[in-house]
Design a protein around this ligand. Sequence first.
Ligand code: FAD
Length: 291
Amino acid sequence: MTETNQKPTLSFEVFPPNSQVGTANLTATLDQLDGLNPSFISVTASNHKLDYEKTTIDLAKYVHDKLKCPTMVHMPAAYVTKKEVDDVLEQLEKMDIHQVLALRGDIVEGYTPETDFKYASDLTRYIKQQKPNFEVSGACYPEVHPDSKNRIDDIKHLKDKIDSGCDQLITQLFYDNEAFYRFQEECAIANINVPILAGIMPIINRKQALHVIENCSARLPKKFISILDKYKDNPVSLKEAGIAYAVDQIVDLVTNDVKGVHLYTMNKSDTAKHIFSNTASLFGLETSVEE
Ligand code: FAD
């Protein structure tokens, strides 16, 4: 296998904080990411409609203006009307932000906000119709979306998403690269030919690991479970091993010509920077970063 000139992209995800500690973490993270030149930074949306503009849009503006970095805004279809989408798209255009991650959004039991959309593909089609110059990304699930009947149905719906105008896909987190490679093959067979960015979330503490195990359908490989078992009483080693595992995953993905890596930073600056300084050259980025 030889190296090609086409380097994969590296992007980061941050979320709007909901506490003072969270704000301090996020500010530190953004300071650390400043100057690293990622392909883009994406800003998540809460799974409640509350304060979408004051949280997601305000943070996106801050990222865009302070870091001078291409910025992507997450938009959950299940919580927005056409009118609200129109307003947000106008605002984004004024801010010079032209990237949206169109999602269905997590459904919260007992919470039924007004919406004009059912699936992410409905929102994707609408955004492309209103603003053809916007780049619209979509979510995908190498280990199948939990609501799907089976893999075939999930891939069929993903193809609908692409046909509705989705330009690029970002995966749910996964810890088994083989699952990602199999998913890539299935996409190719289904004629899904847009870039697929691999979503990587380093595990840095036990609480987060348990959350992932409970809430995501990601399979945990034996090597990963051994790390969790061995360092269950040693948070420092667990964090180091978790970061090393993520670096290892990224090296393998890039070696196998992944189109891009999207790092779920969890607003943790030291983790993002550590991973960056260990992998930057793989993405054709400057590595002269102090740790
Ligand atoms: P869809 O693509 O709409 O798919 C949802 C389910 O419906 C799937 O099972 C699919 O197979 C099925 N389906 C699709 N179309 C049809 C159809 N026509 N008929 C029948 N079934 C169909 N959530 C948030 O709330 N905020 C965020 O910021 C956020 N960011 C995310 C970022 C990434 C990279 C990822 C992977 C997920 C993110 N999520 C976020 C979570 C996401 O909203 C949930 O996983 C949600 O359950 C599904 O979103 P989707 O866009 O994949 O939905």
